[in-house]
Design a protein around this ligand. Structure first.
Ligand SMILES: Cc1cc2nc3c(=O)[nH]c(=O)nc-3n(C[C@H](O)[C@H](O)[C@H](O)COP(=O)(O)OP(=O)(O)OC[C@H]3O[C@@H](n4cnc5c(N)ncnc54)[C@H](O)[C@@H]3O)c2cc1C
Length: 548
């Protein structure tokens, strides 16, 4: 194929992804020097379209970035008033009192927000400062310089032929070059994955760990709505089948975020995370709340859970990993947005100093040091053993020992040192023959919904004539290996029903309905044969979340 010719545009800093990390970096760069040329590229049709968090926001990141955010009208309208934690059994629940919880677990001073709306507001702040933001522009390739450094990205490729070749209607996109490139793609970023592998940034780190988070927005009976109320649960329906739990956050306008996270290190390939979520809503406590209400939106996204010991090296020549591209979620708090913002700020400050010193294309080591030794490192270090304890010893032990460890870490020490995670999530999957299939009740269409109906509430859309963005390294593996060995778990772990095994006269066939994809990245993480690579489809495709 002839070399593709593309126009190139030069910037000081190129930022991939308009989430809290990328937007914070853009804002901070322009606060420091209004003359810097900064561009943010976002694959969603608009800023916020692909943003999905809980979300209870710890405002410390925003405080550091825009101290007068209140006066500037940031959409942090619902302070947390009430914070409850329950252990569920099938028919009832036990409340765990707040007093034994270490202070870091408390939610007072935090806000229930739509992170989509927070990002939309941050994008306005960035644009007022002169940042160029291009939504609908997916970054599909890295561009490397002569010395092996990251030089930029390719964005805005549209209209590829179904086989991936260039046709008469293909727009080749453009190269955006920067003195520094920030990858702020969020969890399991496709370019971040390439950069981590190319520069071996995960060497000597623990494997990254993940969960899949699913979320619905409900409008409920005003009589049951308690603005500012935060509830977390553990236990039923997952029991000992998998780690995870739920969140129920009451925001404004009688709306409630109902979400469920399943840790992806589960062993039983019959487990069906989406159906666990649907079943959860039939718990009497949850059903009482939702009865008479209606679900108005659905979405899903993986969440990083490896924490402190899994964060890769954050810099390589010309590039830095920000926010959840590097995995900065504090797992017991289920919070990563504050660290995403703080990392964006720190990366911007390091790049500003470097550019002032007329450097480019080198490693922003100051950024790495600030993340590990500053507020982010301190936040993640205190909770670093909770996830490995849960994986090794189960829920009850992790609650007790994890609680103890978080308390001692509050005072600066741990009895356990730093525990490792062991395997990655794909490797945790065991043979189907070792486990019983799980019988999930059929959704009732009122509290619980079948997967495809729910996906229609994610308003996801993909131009059908483009190549499938979910690439199989070996197309034979799903039927020849995964089906007999693991009962092809892609049929169940995908929260959007992208993967099916259909039987026809020639036998079983693996079908990928990529149009349904909500960009959660679970397949890239959990496929036991590690055969699926999530690549970015053309810009503007994917979910269109309202106020997730
Ligand atoms: C179910 C769930 C609940 C959560 N609850 C909370 C909570 O209550 N509080 C909290 O603080 N945190 C919560 N988190 C964690 C939080 O969502 C993350 O820590 C946070 O989103 C990380 O921000 P980020 O900017 O790194 O990435 P993201 O917010 O994921 O933003 C990345 C952006 O980059 C874009 N992008 C990705 N790749 C490309 C590309 N190649 N080209 C162009 N654009 C691209 C994406 O479309 C997206 O807009 C939750 C996460 C989940 C999944």
């Amino acid at each position: 194929m002839a070399e593709i010719e593309r126009e190139a545009m030069e910037y000081d800093v190129v930022i991939v992804g308009a989430g809290p990390a990328g937007l914070s970096a853009a804002i901070r760069l322009k606060q420091l020097d209004a003359d810097l040329n900064v561009v943010v590229l976002e694959k969603g049709s608009e800023v916020g379209a692909h943003i999905l968090s809980g979300a209870v926001l710890d405002p410390c990141g925003l405080d550091a970035l825009i101290p007068d955010w209140k006066e500037k009208g940031a959409p942090l309208n619902v302070p947390v008033k009430d914070d409850k934690f329950y252990m569920l059994g099938e028919a009832g629940q036990v409340r765990i009192p707040n007093f034994p919880m270490p202070p870091l677990m408390h939610n007072h001073g935090n806000y229930i927000v739509s992170m989509g709306n927070v990002c939309r507001w941050m994008a306005e702040q960035a644009e007022e400062l002169g940042v160029e933001i291009f939504p609908g522009m997916a970054c599909s390739e890295m561009v490397y310089g002569e010395n092996g450094e990251v030089k930029g990205v390719v964005a805005g490729v549209f209209g590829l032929e179904p086989d991936g070749s260039y046709g008469p209607n293909t727009e080749p996109g453009m190269e955006l070059h920067g003195k520094y490139v920030f990858l702020s793609e969020g969890v399991r970023g496709s370019l971040s994955k390439e950069v981590i592998a190319k520069y071996d940034l995960s060497a000597s780190k623990e494997p990254q760990k993940y969960g899949v988070g699913m979320k619905e927005i409900w409008e409920i009976d005003p009589a049951k709505h308690k603005e500012g109320s935060v509830t977390h649960t553990m236990g039923w329906p997952l029991g000992s089948n998998a780690g995870g739990g739920s969140f129920i956050y009451h925001l404004e306008n009688n709306q409630v975020y109902v979400g469920f996270v399943v840790h992806l290190n589960y062993k039983n390939p019959h487990l069906y995370p989406y159906m666990e979520f649907q079943r959860f809503k039939h718990h009497p406590m949850v059903a009482d709340l939702l009865k008479g209400g209606k679900r108005v939106a659905y979405g899903a996204r993986a969440i990083t859970e490896g924490g402190y010991q899994s964060m890769p090296k954050l810099v390589a020549p010309g590039v830095a990993l920000l926010g959840c591209s590097a995995g900065m979620v504090n797992v017991p708090r289920i919070k990563g947005n504050h660290n995403a913002m703080l990392s964006g700020k720190a990366a911007a400050e390091a790049a500003y100093d470097a550019i002032k010193a007329e450097r480019s294309g080198d490693e922003l080591t100051v950024y790495e040091t600030e993340v590990r030794n500053g507020a982010i490192g301190s936040d993640l270090k205190k909770v670093r053993n909770v996830k490995p304890m849960w994986s090794k010893w189960g829920l009850t032990a992790s609650l007790m020992l994890g609680g103890l460890d978080m308390w001692t870490n509050t005072f600066g020490f741990s009895l356990f040192g730093t525990l490792g995670h062991g395997k990655n999530d794909a490797e945790s999957t065991e043979d189907a023959s070792k486990h019983q299939p799980i019988d999930y009740p059929k959704p009732d269409g009122t509290l619980s919904f079948d997967r495809l109906t729910n996906v229609s509430f994610a308003a996801t859309n993909h131009e059908e004539s483009q190549p499938c963005h979910l690439r199989l390294a070996d197309p034979e593996i799903p039927v020849k290996v995964n089906l007999p060995k693991y009962d092809e778990p892609a049929q169940r772990y995908c929260p959007a029903g992208v993967y099916e095994v259909v039987e026809d006269e020639s036998g079983p066939r693996f079908v990928i309905n990529f149009q349904n994809c909500v960009h959660c990245k679970t397949c890239d993480i959990k496929d036991p044969s590690q055969n699926i690579t999530w690549t970015t489809p053309q810009g503007g495709d994917g979910p269109n979340y309202p106020n997730m």
